[in-house]
Design a protein around this ligand. Structure first.
Ligand SMILES: [Zn+2]
Length: 206
């Protein structure tokens, strides 16, 4: 399975977007202010359905039934998400993370999903069920791992002027520019090609 989450653009096109890391992936589920209209986490069941599709569910197989999320835990996850939005924007703009955002990460980084290995098959798994508090901890730990490392400088906004998607650039040379080649990368190539074609056919002046 290719990495990333399938998104549908306002024009109805579907493309795969790999946010590169868990704490940026959850920004796709909604957020404060302008992100409210993208909200998909209306109930604990919505979060239980989303987590298996996130990188927490890969490579380990997770199903919604493996998650135990209370309404209060959902509120905690969404509160952390409200912090992750401006935190990620700060990083993408090259600004240092704000102390109040870092304190929120520390507060949320308690429990975490417990990894397990099957002695017979050596397959990696999670101890199940995973609680909403453990999912919250996984998000906070992921953010801390990135913010406290040189990878903080690899949080980027898609280079398309009309695209706000944020991702962690995990490419070796660190030159990823687009949320997805299928979407913004391609739009850019087409626009550049048209620009060149227009330049070539423009009648020359006297
Ligand atoms: Zn984009």
């Amino acid at each position: 399975m290719a990495a990333g989450i399938l998104l549908t653009s306002p024009q109805g096109q579907r493309h795969r977007f790999d946010a590169g890391t868990l704490f940026l992936e959850i920004l796709l589920t909604g957020g404060p202010g302008p992100y409210e209209r993208y909200e998909i986490l209306h109930s604990p069941a919505d979060l239980a359905a989303w987590l298996p599709r996130s990188r927490l569910g890969a490579p380990v197989r997770l199903a919604p039934a493996h998650l135990r999320i209370s309404p209060m835990e959902l509120r905690e996850v969404k509160r952390l998400r409200d912090t992750l939005h401006p935190l990620a924007r700060d990083l993408a703009a090259g600004r240092p993370a704000r102390p109040e955002h870092l304190r929120a990460l520390n507060d949320a980084a308690g429990a975490a999903p417990r990894p397990r290995i099957d002695p017979a098959t050596r397959a990696r798994a999670w101890e199940l069920p995973i609680s909403g508090t453990q999912a919250l901890g996984a998000l906070a730990r992921d953010a801390i791992d990135v913010v406290a490392s040189p990878r903080a400088g690899r949080v980027r906004e898609c280079a398309a002027a009309d695209c706000l998607l944020l991702f962690l650039d995990t490419s070796r040379p660190g030159n990823r520019r687009w949320c997805s080649m299928e979407r913004c990368g391609n739009r850019h190539k087409v626009a550049a090609h048209r620009g060149r074609a227009r330049g070539a056919t423009r009648p020359s002046g006297p």
